[in-house]
Ligand binder design. Structure first.
Ligand code: ARG
Ligand code: ZN
Length: 471
């Protein structure tokens, strides 16, 4: 979903397109969107507006089957195009007509429509499929968690390939309707609002809708036996949380943390501006992993996050991502600092507000724990490389960079930037360099040197000391 400007030249160009093009003018869409970290991610030649997924999942066998209907617009004359997907496809239709399809690698589905698709055309693609997501590995890796009572798709940078065909890159966001049928007594959780839920012939169908642009990796599915709580924020947005019935001793702490979602979001609004989506919540499936993920409107939390009792800080982190990561998304995966640096810094701000240590104190603490020869300092948060994309340095050094910025430009400009940025790039994509320019413009100070030191040098910078009062 990209915004377009209509300019006279573009109108003239589209009139020219009315002249029938010869087959030779139609070329294949690229099999990747052009992200150097993940060359196979995403595709070229079209732009998705909406995904409609109508699925059925059987927890006993891990069989997922159904239909994906994709509304897209072509961005070139296409002879064929790719979707990123790993399950078994039985039929593809493009604008109602059967299309040829082939698998070219673990996660590429190559589709050849009966006739070429002209640039700028609205196209509807229907993909019928089935498969067991737990059996799919891409480069030895899986984003699918099989649980004793179901399954969960939640991973970064890729999760969609395990359960629906997509243009799998944050550059092509879209809206979603996710409808999943599961055996009665089992629940299906996804993003946004629950439009309806109904049961027949032993199956219950859950219809979820997420109505703001959403990246494919932030689209989630969890099937299992959940306790679901439903509430509204003071502003009237639905808050839907889901807890596996199988959380054991961690159940209380998980609830004590996630039931504070509305309170945390309200506080974050004072720092980042208005909450960008149509619903809130969180879910905790009975998975064995230990990470959390900012799946849009409804973050995923591993039960292990609550091993030591309540963990409001992780709720702060995942909710901060709703602004920094979900509404404003990376342009390429090397821009991951625009997500993680800010989500970590928001945890420091929460600590500051809760009286558990100021951001400066936490920055000093993190810095003191990392001697100059710690390999931590060799990771460049501004371009960490795919293998270190989620290295602690992206988070901690990334947040130190923000403390250094705050000390350099003062609180007034710093907080104006934190609030202005999500508005300036709402529902879009941004690069690290865009943030540097935005910070320079808003503060009126040259900052290229500061960001180069903190984000791009493989060495330990000087400690980000608070400036003496009056300076
Ligand atoms: N964006 C997620 C977070 O910081 C990180 C997920 C990384 N994935 C992983 N398997 N560690 O909340
Ligand atoms: Zn994060």
């Amino acid at each position: 979903m990209h915004r377009r400007l209509i300019v006279p030249g573009a109108i003239a160009a589209s009139l020219l397109l009315a002249i029938p093009a010869s087959a030779a003018d139609f070329t294949p869409g690229a099999s990747g969107i052009g992200d150097p970290y993940y060359p196979a991610s995403g595709n070229g030649g079209y732009d998705v507006a909406h995904y409609d997924l109508r699925l059925k999942y059987q927890p006993g066998t891990d069989l997922l089957e159904g239909t994906a209907t994709i509304n897209a617009r072509t961005t070139q004359n296409l002879s064929r195009f790719n979707l990123d997907f790993g399950l078994t496809v039985s039929e593809v239709r493009v604008n109602g007509k059967k299309a040829k399809f082939a698998r070219t690698g673990d996660q590429e589905l190559e589709i050849t429509p009966a006739a070429g698709l002209p640039k700028g055309a609205d196209v509807t693609v229907v993909v019928r499929y089935a498969g067991k997501p737990s059996e799919l590995k891409v480069n030895g890796y899986t984003a699918w968690h099989r649980t004793p009572d179901g399954g969960v798709a939640a991973q970064e940078p890729e999760a969609a390939v395990w359960w629906f065909p997509s243009n799998d890159h944050p550059l092509d966001k879209a809206t979603y309707d996710v409808s999943v049928s599961v055996p009665d007594g089992t629940q299906a959780i996804s993003n946004g609002v629950l439009r309806s839920q109904s049961s027949k012939l032993g199956w219950t169908r859950f219809n979820w809708r997420s109505n703001k642009p959403q990246a494919s990796y932030l689209t989630t599915l969890a099937v299992g036996k959940f306790d679901i709580t439903t509430d509204k924020t003071e502003g009237g947005l639905p808050v839907i949380n889901a807890y596996s019935k199988d959380l054991g001793d961690n159940a209380g702490a998980a609830r004590a943390s996630i039931e504070r979602t509305a309170e945390v979001a309200e506080w974050l609004e004072t720092v980042f501006g208005e909450y960008p989506f149509n619903a809130l919540g969180g879910y905790v499936p009975n998975v064995k992993s230990s990470y959390a993920l900012e799946t849009q409107t409804r973050p995923f939390y591993s039960p292990a996050a609550f091993n030591n009792g309540s963990n409001t800080s992780i709720v702060v982190h995942e909710l901060a991502h709703q602004w920094y990561g979900d509404s404003v998304s990376v342009h390429g995966w090397k821009d991951i600092w625009v997500n993680e640096g800010f989500a970590r810094y928001s945890q420091w701000l929460w600590s500051e507000k809760e009286g558990e240590g100021t951001a400066q104190e936490l920055a000093d603490h993190v810095y003191a724990q990392r001697p100059a020869d710690d390999p931590f300092w060799t990771v460049k948060p501004g371009d960490p490389g795919p293998d270190d994309q989620f290295h602690t340095a992206v988070y901690d050094r990334g947040a130190l960079a923000l403390q250094a910025l705050r000390n350099e430009i003062g609180d007034e400009a710093f907080f104006a930037i934190l609030k202005g940025w999500p508005k300036a790039h709402a529902y879009g994509n941004a690069k690290v360099g865009d943030f540097v320019k935005y910070a320079e413009k808003t503060s009126g100070k040259p900052l290229a040197g500061l960001f180069d030191t903190w984000l791009y040098q493989p060495t330990r910078p000087e400690a980000p000391a608070a400036k003496a009062a009056g300076l």
